[in-house]
Design a protein around this ligand. Structure first.
Ligand code: TYD
Ligand code: MG
Length: 457
């Protein structure tokens, strides 16, 4: 039999090329095309499915049929359940993606142990660690009693057969990159293998009605096939993030067919695994309580929850020709925009000074409502005027220098009031909320001159 034509698959974007090239024509990445030979389909693979066999072909249905909402499988790790939309849906497939070492295995060992303690029939399949290692970790985390079933296996065929036999309700595959199918010649971890493994496991979930959680490593240089190529195959994608050097870990829903996507779960990594953090605001605020010039507390919303975080800015004379701009936890482009608006609309020139901006606690903020908090922190540092102790800040800034209304002002203010804050620098419209004293501003220049004059009466 003639050898199958070789195909070259980009390990970053998954594009398939007929010829090798140094640069992927699809995504422009260098040195990512790898030869992958796909094996011939096993006989019968293209036979009609059971559902269509014996019928006249594709059957159509209408919308107005009562469909019961899918029951949720509650794992008992509340932060995880919330990000999933109130528990995992049986028969669905979830991808938990994150950098190596961020704590994915720890999180899922905890999730599966708690689920099994609640009576859910659960399996944890590790392709990376030996059973002893997983067991030792569970013991250290105080979960030795959980009736969880462990397996260490990398052969996809063995895993699928085993899982079909036992009929689990919840299954974790740690990790997708270690699973390999002997029907493919491609190397383990390659795009072809990862895609094949994900496809098989999705079919298994649909068939056995088990909820399947796949672990996927994301690498910055794209050397190992990233889980990006399977994102469209799964029902939900949760990314697990954390800044190096901080104990906080954030689980963020980036895709969810069964719930909201902007929800976050907050955890703290300790000696005994991950601890759920039910009230993140208290955690991200500076404990000492005294706020120096350059600090502004942002009243943000993450998913369904209000979260308060401190923005810290330092504006200093620059020792070099090109001033430095360094940002942690916020967007570089957004900082450039706020600096430009401060200069053009408020006459606050920071062009020749070093600017450092930091979101405390290792949190990453993406909400546009944080603009005003960043601007307030920058102005406070540049003018050496601290904001009042008890003041929170939020509002979006437009290029014209307007402070724009943002959503859920009342929830932001209520959360701030709960944590002892009693005033806010915010868009004018927030004055109507009536929760606390609001220094409303419709122009950025108004807010900045208030900081400059320290006019908080
Ligand atoms: P792990 O879950 O193995 O990461 P991943 O599966 O995402 O690669 O977690 C790795 C890190 O977590 C490791 O550096 C040690 C740390 N850790 C703790 O700090 N405390 C603990 O109780 C556990 C289990 C891990
Ligand atoms: Mg791991």
């Amino acid at each position: 039999m003639a050898r199958d034509a070789a195909l070259y698959v980009c390990q970053t974007c998954g594009a398939v090329q007929a010829k090798w090239a140094g640069q992927c024509p699809a995504c422009g990445a260098w040195n990512t095309l790898v030869e992958e030979v796909s094996a011939p389909r096993p006989p019968g693979a293209l036979a009609p499915s059971k559902a269509t066999r014996g019928r006249q072909g594709l059957a159509f249905e209408t919308l107005d049929v009562e469909t019961p909402t899918p029951p949720r499988l509650v794992t008992g790790v509340a932060e995880f359940d919330r990000v999933c939309g109130g528990g995992v849906v049986p028969g669905s497939v979830l991808l938990v993606a994150g950098d190596p070492g961020v704590g994915k295995s720890t999180l899922l060992l905890q999730v599966t142990s708690h689920a099994s303690l609640r009576g859910v029939k659960t399996a944890y399949v590790s392709g990376e660690e030996a059973i002893e290692q997983v067991r030792a970790r569970a013991q250290r985390m105080g979960l030795a009693e959980a009736p969880l079933l462990l397996a260490a296996e990398t052969s996809l065929r063995e895993v699928i057969d085993g899982l079909k036999r036992e009929r689990f309700e919840l299954v974790v595959i740690d990790s997708l990159q270690t699973m390999w199918s002997d029907q493919m010649e491609a190397a383990p971890g390659s795009v072809t293998q990862v895609r094949a493994a994900a496809g098989e496991l999705v079919r298994l979930a649909k068939k056995t009605k088990a909820a399947v959680i796949l672990v996927g490593h994301v690498t910055k240089d794209g050397q190992i096939a990233g889980p990006r190529v399977v994102e469209h195959m799964v029902d939900a994608v949760l990314s697990f993030e954390g800044e190096r050097g901080y104990p906080f870990r954030i689980l963020r829903g980036t895709k969810n067919r069964f719930g909201a996507t902007d929800e976050i779960g907050v955890f703290e990594m300790g000696d005994q695994g991950l601890r759920e953090v039910a009230n993140p605001s208290a955690l991200f605020l500076n404990e000492s309580g005294s706020r120096a010039a350059g600090a502004a507390v942002f009243a943000g919303i993450e998913g369904s929850r209000p979260v308060l975080v401190e923005f810290q800015a330092l504006v200093a004379p620059s020792a070099y020709g090109t001033p430095r701009r360094a940002v942690v936890g916020w967007d570089n482009g957004r900082l450039a925009m706020v600096l430009a608006v401060l200069e053009a609309r408020c006459g606050l020139c920071l062009g020749d000074r070093d600017v450092y901006l930091n979101v405390a606690g290792g949190m990453r903020i993406t909400e546009p409502a944080a603009d005003l908090a960043a601007a307030a922190a920058l102005a406070s540092s540049a003018l050496d005027q601290p904001l009042p102790q008890d003041c929170v800040v939020f509002g979006e800034i437009s290029l014209s220098g307007d402070v724009r209304t943002v959503g859920r002002a009342e929830s932001r203010l209520k959360e701030a009031a709960k944590l002892g804050f009693s005033s806010a620098l915010a868009p004018r419209s927030a004055e109507e909320a009536g929760v606390m004293r609001v220094f409303g501003a419709s122009r950025l220049s108004e807010a900045m001159s208030r900081i400059e004059r320290a006019d908080w009466s």
